[in-house]
Design a binder for this molecule. Structure first.
Ligand SMILES: [Zn+2]
Length: 106
C-alpha cells in the first residue's frame, strides 16, 4: 500500500477513523492511496444470499404465487402478499381456490 506520502497517510487514517466512528467495518475495504491523494475505495459488501424463499403453491396444478411478482392475470400487483389476496382469489391456471394453496419454501 503506497502510504509513503504523509498527506496520503493522514487521509487514510482519517478515512479509517471516520468509518470506525460510523461503525462501518473497514476490514472489507481495500484502500489504494497514491501520492496524488487519489482514493479508491472498493467496498466489498456481503451479498445477502437468500437461500430460502416462501411462496404459495397451488396444490392442484403446482402454480406458484410469488408476492414479488404478483399475478398479472388476476390483476394482482407485485408486492401483494398471499395473505392479502382477495378471498375469492383463484389460481390463474386451474381456478382452484385460495385454500388450495400451500406454503412452500423454494
Ligand atoms: Zn392451480
Amino acid at each position: 500500500m503506497p502510504v509513503d506520502d504523509k498527506e496520503a497517510l493522514e487521509l487514510k487514517k482519517f478515512i479509517v477513523s471516520n468509518f470506525d466512528q460510523n461503525d462501518i467495518s473497514t476490514c472489507g475495504l481495500t484502500f489504494g492511496i497514491s501520492s496524488k491523494i487519489k482514493v479508491i475505495i472498493e467496498v466489498k459488501t456481503k451479498r445477502k444470499v437468500k437461500t430460502e424463499k416462501e411462496v404459495y403453491q397451488c396444490s392442484a396444478c403446482m402454480t406458484v404465487y410469488d408476492s414479488d411478482y404478483g399475478d398479472s392475470i388476476a390483476n394482482i400487483a407485485s408486492g401483494v402478499l398471499f395473505e392479502n389476496l382477495p378471498s375469492d382469489y383463484k389460481c390463474s391456471v386451474c381456478e382452484a381456490s385460495k385454500e388450495a394453496y400451500l406454503l412452500v419454501n423454494l
